[in-house]
Ligand binder design. Structure first.
Ligand SMILES: [Zn+2]
Length: 291
């Protein structure tokens, strides 16, 4: 198979793009409201070995394209997290290549050969990938830093063109913001973000700061929508906090509001009240008020 490597950041199925020396992106054919144009699969290439990050859905044409594009033997498959658009292709890819699969503790049907917890390094021939545990979007979310090029593969931790969904209880806004903060630390020099969906992000630290500020601004709106005296329902808070978004997005906004309320609940800034008393953490449809 012949490949076409573009210098522009063209995001199309059938157009593998070399995003850096020996780092190739292949778009999976699974577009949707949740995945944008589809899931980005990445190949990290050494003369002796190729590593695949997020093989994406179990789609024959995509798996064949990954194998045909890899210039050397695929020996490792890394999975950022176990949502259905990121890992199911790993079974078929492993079967066809004999590669070893890596991920955080298995979940949602994905059982990696090697469990990662963050802090490890994985060698791909002479290259090295650092593993970072970045809970928030999902509790088992990992990012991968290609050390020679300083490219950070972010899965759904950061994506281009859409706000990341934080779905409680597995999604955790407090953990999400802490994971983002961690990426801003001096320990991580990042030249480029290669997200699980959408185009490359060329100014990583600026984008991370923007995302943190956006979330904190929304949190401030949640707090100002609440009063200490009058508990409010989720619907009342939504129409106040998300007055700037279309009502068709309210279901998604509700998920996000739950995530904010759970963070504020954990930080003892708000409480939830049910008919039978104070809420449990799972009982998110309570009425809410400031402490
Ligand atoms: Zn996801």
């Amino acid at each position: 198979m012949s490949h076409r490597f573009e210098t522009e950041d063209i995001l199309e199925v059938d157009v593998p793009v070399e995003i850096g020396a020996g780092a190739i992106r292949i778009l999976a054919p699974n577009p949707s409201v949740y995945t944008g144009k589809g899931t980005n699969t990445y190949l990290l290439v050494d003369s002796e070995a190729t590593c695949v990050i997020d093989p994406g859905p179990d789609d024959d044409s995509h798996i064949r394209r990954i194998i045909a594009t890899a210039p050397s033997k695929i020996t490792s498959i890394l999975v950022t997290h176990t949502h259905i658009d990121h890992w199911p292709g790993s079974d078929k890819l492993k079967e066809l290549t004999g590669a070893t699969t890596y991920g955080f503790i298995g979940k949602d049907g994905f059982i990696p050969d090697v469990n990662l917890s963050g802090g490890q390094s994985i060698n791909i021939g002479t290259r090295s990938v650092k593993v970072l545990h970045t809970p928030g979007h999902a509790s088992n979310h990992l990012c991968f830093l290609l050390e020679d090029l300083r490219i950070l593969f972010t899965g759904d931790h950061l994506m281009n063109g859409a706000t990341v969904i934080i779905p409680p209880p597995d999604g955790d806004m407090k953990a999400y913001l802490e994971s983002l903060d961690d990426l801003l630390s001096e320990r991580f020099e990042i030249s480029l973000i290669a997200p699980g969906h959408g185009h490359l992000i060329s100014d990583p630290k600026l984008e991370i700061k923007r995302v943190i500020e956006h979330r904190l601004a929304r949190e401030a709106k949640v707090i100002s929508a609440l009063s200490p005296d009058i508990p409010k329902s989720i619907d009342e808070i939504i129409s106040n906090v998300y007055s700037d978004v279309s009502q068709s997005l309210y279901p998604l906004a509700t998920t996000s509001l739950f995530a904010h309320l759970r963070k504020l609940f954990d930080e003892l800034k708000v409480i939830g009240i049910t008919d039978t008393g104070l809420l449990t953490k799972e009982d998110l449809n309570a009425k809410w008020k400031l402490i």
